[in-house]
Design a protein. Structure first.
Ligand SMILES: CC(C)(COP(=O)(O)OP(=O)(O)OC[C@H]1O[C@@H](n2cnc3c(N)ncnc32)[C@H](O)[C@@H]1OP(=O)(O)O)[C@@H](O)C(=O)NCCC(=O)NCCS
Length: 197
């Protein structure tokens, strides 16, 4: 089980609570054009019921030890929802997992996704004992490809028509990071990730 709260230099990553629903809705609505362009689930009517269903499923996944979703918040402004980051097992027996994230549009290009992902990769290779973590990025999503590059992910190849986004089947690039590659990568910032009481 991962810690329910992690901190990085600037960020608090924590398990979702039911009362996060309206903050999630606000962030999704404020970021809809960008989210809809690259992810399969956002839609113009995204509302409280969607957010509550997400939180319920997220809690279920935590309980079952299958997936760990975190709300991304600034340490000094924790009420504002900055985005989501998740890590989940794709094969427990083979110790393979996957990571995914989004950041609200008015907070992008400030290093948030990279900083949050670095913390979750530490958990993935640490507590979850993964040996490989993958990342699927829609072809053309340069911002996310840049995040992958900054984290040291290696491009494996193209997954044809992997996900349906906005009614269109979209090819994705499969990236992966191996445990030893993550361990050897120089840190851009200290990562003091530890549970907070
Ligand atoms: C992808 C996403 C998570 C990046 O979050 P972020 O907090 O801005 O990420 P970072 O700031 O850590 O890194 C983004 C990098 O991409 C760069 N970038 C942003 N837009 C870009 C573009 N159109 N072309 C090239 N580079 C771009 C930024 O300059 C930054 O690189 P730098 O640090 O070298 O300057 C965010 O844009 C997002 O949520 N997009 C919509 C949903 C999505 O695509 N999720 C990922 C699915 S795989």
């Amino acid at each position: 089980m991962l810690p329910e709260r992690l901190t990085t230099r600037r960020l608090l990553l924590r398990k979702f609570q039911r009362r996060d629903a309206s903050a999630i809705v606000e962030a999704v609505r404020a970021s809809l054009p960008e989210l809809q362009r690259w992810l399969p689930w956002p839609h113009p009517g995204y509302g409280r019921e969607d957010a509550l269903a997400f939180i319920r499923e997220s809690h279920q996944a935590w309980r079952e030890g299958r997936a760990y979703d975190f709300a991304i918040r600034h340490l000094d402004r924790p009420e504002r929802h900055l985005g989501n980051i998740s890590i989940w097992y794709t094969s427990k027996t083979q110790r393979v997992g996957e990571i995914g994230y989004w950041v609200r549009s008015d907070a992008t290009s400030g290093g948030i996704a990279t900083e949050a992902a670095e913390a979750l990769l530490d958990q993935g290779f640490g507590v979850m004992r993964l040996h490989k973590i993958t990342l699927r990025i829609a072809v053309g999503n340069r911002a996310s490809e840049r995040v992958a590059e900054k984290l040291g992910f290696v491009k494996e190849g193209i997954l044809r028509q992997e996900l349906q986004i906005n009614g269109r089947w979209v090819d994705h690039t499969l990236y992966s990071l191996l445990e030893h590659e993550h361990a050897l990568r120089p840190r851009s910032f200290p990562v003091p990730d530890r549970p907070i009481d």
